[in-house]
Ligand binder design. Structure first.
Ligand SMILES: Cc1cc2nc3c(=O)[nH]c(=O)nc-3n(C[C@H](O)[C@H](O)[C@H](O)COP(=O)(O)OP(=O)(O)OC[C@H]3O[C@@H](n4cnc5c(N)ncnc54)[C@H](O)[C@@H]3O)c2cc1C
Length: 451
């Protein structure tokens, strides 16, 4: 990358419109999001983070942290905002004996997971290893072990951040506890996080994989999965999906271009238990079955999430349940030839629905199922057809809506709707305490309460 250095100001690297490398540093994961900030800063340590915030404030600018740009859409237009890219804050330390991890704000799950897995450890990461650990953790963090162990934000034990006035703060349950509470699920509005620490789990292996069916069986698979959910223990987290695998090089060879119904899952248990639990699904005769005892690293690729930036639109809803009519209508909407690329339905409940005593702002997720749909936008026809199909799906799911999970919402939205009223007011009070001038911009922003 070509860079412009500003050592005199202590800012580290700052790239401005027209500078070499500009288009690269401003790129989001979703190629439809055209980020046009005032500048992109790439600080290498906390001191430079503080200098960037000071530099921005002197010019009346705001600052938004970004690691990978996986949830850039909700930020909206970036006039008057400096993007602070955290990629260079890349330190990583694993204390295997204590089952604790410390990562800098630029670390992605994909760097951490192989090391953890080699040590017989697993983290509460989500479906895509390309996502940043810090952004994922600040938003909540819904992953394959969630029904047994809850959201990743509540496994966080300490957070270091630079606040709007340039102070470097280390917060945990004892130090600045309100800030610690807000950061764990309240998102990126409270300061620029430079590092987090969290606990991980001893999981030498688990029973995980996927049953792949032809899309013609989607209705039967979704209904059978829905019927089986009450019998699934917290140790099993499963998804039912419909997926039109694109004919692109990063898709696994035998699946490229195929339309599938998929039952995927991870069981903290053994094969015999897994076989018994999945028997009703296996009876439907999958064409491929990859379930096996595997090391935790296998969870990183289970969802087959895209590793490269793409142009796409998404839709999401937390659902209290799914009746037959809704399943049938959703399957019809997702039939081969649909403008949508896929629909994922993730089983919630278990620990995801029980607030722990020490939980942060995102203690639980409501509902029984999290839905997430997407479609690639590659031409004029798909630019019109994908939003129309997503709107149809949203209308279909609306009667069963139990709310929304902000990390799955990829467009600007009203942040208050993601929290109950008292949590929302508490978040705004914390913001008022640490950033009364509203300098730091979160993607799903929390504005300060009037003081
Ligand atoms: C393909 C894909 C799969 C996903 N799978 C899952 C999943 O399984 N489970 C799940 O829970 N989520 C999932 N997500 C959502 C993901 O957790 C959010 O998009 C998350 O915000 C990504 O964090 P990031 O840092 O990678 O993205 P970024 O866009 O870089 O950051 C998102 C936001 O996080 C905040 N942030 C990031 N870094 C900092 C920092 N250092 N200081 C302060 N604020 C910061 C900012 O508000 C920023 O706008 C997925 C997203 C995608 C695109």
């Amino acid at each position: 990358m070509s860079i412009i250095d500003h050592p005199a100001a202590g800012l580290g690297t700052l790239v401005r419109p027209g500078d070499p490398g500009w288009d690269r540093v401003r790129q989001a994961f979703n190629l439809l999001v055209d980020q046009q900030p005032e500048a992109v800063a790439l600080p290498a340590d906390e001191r430079e983070v503080a200098a960037v915030i000071g530099w921005a404030r002197e010019r009346g600018l705001r600052v938004a942290a970004q690691a990978t740009g996986h949830n850039a859409g909700p930020l909206g237009p970036l006039e008057g905002t400096v993007l602070l890219n955290t990629a260079r804050l890349d330190a990583l330390r694993i204390d295997a004996a204590a089952r604790r991890v410390r990562v800098g704000a630029g670390v992605k799950w994909q760097r951490l997971l192989p090391e953890l897995s080699g040590l017989g450890l697993a983290a509460l990461h989500g479906s895509s290893p390309d996502v940043g650990v810090v952004g994922y953790s600040l938003g909540g963090g819904l992953g394959w072990l969630g029904r047994r162990h809850g959201l990743q934000c509540n496994a966080v034990t300490a957070i270091e951040l630079v606040t709007a006035d340039g102070s470097l703060i280390r917060t945990d349950e004892v130090h600045e506890p309100e800030l610690f509470w807000a950061l764990r699920g309240g998102g990126g509005s409270f300061g620029i996080v430079t590092a987090i620490e969290f606990t991980v789990l001893a999981v030498p292996e688990l029973y995980a994989g996927a049953l792949l069916f032809d899309a013609a069986q989607a209705g039967a698979v979704l209904r059978r999965w829905r019927d089986a959910l009450p019998s699934f223990p917290d140790e099993l987290t499963s998804w039912a999906s419909v997926l039109h695998v694109p004919d692109v090089p990063f898709a696994p060879e035998p699946l490229r271009g195929r339309s599938l119904a998929i039952l995927s899952g991870a069981l903290l248990g053994d094969e015999a238990q897994g076989r018994e639990l999945l028997a009703p699904l296996r009876e439907l005769g999958p064409m491929m079955d990859s379930f096996a005892m595997v090391p935790p690293l296998a969870l990183a690729e289970l969802a087959m999430d895209p590793p490269e930036p793409l142009p796409y639109r998404t839709g999401h809803e937390l659902l209290s349940g799914l009746d037959d009519a809704t399943i049938d209508a959703a399957v019809a909407l997702l039939a081969p030839g649909s403008p949508l690329g896929g629909l994922q339905l993730r089983h919630l409940g278990g620990a995801l629905g029980r607030a722990g005593e020490r939980a942060g702002a995102r203690a639980t997720l409501p509902g029984e199922i999290a839905s997430f749909a997407f479609g690639l936008v590659v031409d004029e026809a798909s630019a019109a057809a994908v939003p129309a199909a997503l709107a149809q799906l949203a209308a279909l799911f609306a009667p069963a809506s139990a709310g929304a999970y902000p990390s799955f919402v990829e467009v600007p939205d009203r942040t208050s709707r993601f929290f109950d009223p008292s949590t929302w007011e508490r978040l705004r009070s914390v913001k008022a305490l640490y950033d009364p001038a509203d300098t730091i911009r979160g993607n799903h922003h929390v504005a300060p309460s009037a003081r």
